[in-house]
Design a protein around this ligand. Structure first.
Ligand code: SAM
Length: 303
């Protein structure tokens, strides 16, 4: 679909995958299909690419290619899908997390405070609770927790209180109704967009269970990626990046004492080796695509 999404760190992420010509890969976040197309270009005729997206709109962007299997699914279930398709090991996995530009550009999806639309925010519109249901139904303390934890919203308690007071008078069903209630808590703020972005991000993460999906995925990767295979993850906020780094560096495994390996020196090593630091888009890319500004790419290799 024209204008659906501009892929971020495209050349860098494909290089990081270190694609073997007839290998088997998974693009866990198809979106507009930009990364998927580039993976196909690098793959040989016998290569395979499994593309997942939990948003049905994205699946329409799957390139028409005999080497592709497009799956409408949450990547939290990657292991089950690979089992279903008889895939034993993947040569590489790409995950470009979060939402696509399409989500922000379509007011009917309810992700943006810039345009008025229904407070939906579900990536998978076939089920789950909407942002309106969260805003209408959560108790005040739980709402404040969501805003604090997922959005690091300053004055989270005040915002939650304002929402509860407003919804007692009339249902909060649209993005602009929510926007107006939130801004009442920050009279005269010079940066209303920053405040709103944090509140909307928090609700979006809650509605889509984003961190839970990511953690479930990261736990499965050691058994799905072959030795020497690559995992490339693009994150867009610090909560995601922290979690990805923790898992790919092996800290999470060390914490939970489910160590898979010990290195030759008797020390402990996780299942992946993190390659380099976090990569970020160049100034040139940011000039062409400002929406890439918070991106960080982590690359890891299966030991
Ligand atoms: C940043 S976009 C990906 C853009 C894509 N790389 C491209 O080149 O156009 C993120 C996509 O991931 C999808 N997504 C987010 N969380 C997901 C999950 N848990 N499982 C599957 N897809 C998910 C979203 O619906 C969205 O289409």
């Amino acid at each position: 679909m024209e204008g659906y999404h501009v892929p971020v760190l495209l050349a860098e992420s494909i290089e990081a995958l270190n694609i073997v010509a007839n290998g088997c890969y998974a693009d866990l976040t198809l979106g507009g299909g930009g990364h998927a197309r580039a993976i196909l270009e690098a793959l040989g005729p016998e290569g395979r690419l499994y593309c997942l997206d939990r948003d049905a709109d994205a699946l329409a962007n799957a390139p028409v290619d005999a080497r592709i299997t497009a799956i409408h699914a949450d990547y939290r279930n990657l292991g089950r899908w690979m089992e279903y398709y008889g895939v034993q090991k993947l040569d590489g996995v790409l995950a470009d997390l979060g939402v696509s530009s399409h989500h922000f550009d379509e007011p009917r999806r309810g992700f943006t405070f810039r345009d008025d639309g229904p407070l939906d925010m579900r990536m998978n519109q076939l089920g789950g609770v909407t942002a309106a249901e969260v805003v209408q139904g959560y108790p005040e303390a739980k709402l404040a927790g969501v805003l604090r934890q997922w959005g690091e919203v300053e004055r989270a308690e005040r915002v939650a209180q304002a929402i509860v007071q407003a919804r007692a008078k009339a249902a909060l069903a649209t993005t602009h109704q929510l926007r107006d209630v939130v801004l009442e808590v920050y009279p005269g703020t010079r940066e209303p967009h920053k405040v709103l972005a944090r509140v909307f991000q928090a609700l979006r993460i809650e509605v889509n269970g984003e961190l839970a999906s990511l953690e479930m995925l990261l736990k499965q990767l050691p058994s799905l990626v072959r030795q020497g295979g690559r995992v490339v993850v693009l994150t867009y906020h610090s909560l995601e990046d922290r979690m990805v780094k923790r898992y790919l560096r092996g800290d999470a495994q060390r914490d939970s004492k489910v160590l898979e390996m010990r290195d030759l020196m008797g020390g402990e090593a996780g299942p992946f080796r993190l390659l380099g630091k976090a990569y970020t888009p160049s100034g040139d890319e940011l000039y062409r695509n400002p929406r890439a500004r918070s991106a960080k790419m982590r690359i890891a290799e299966r030991r």
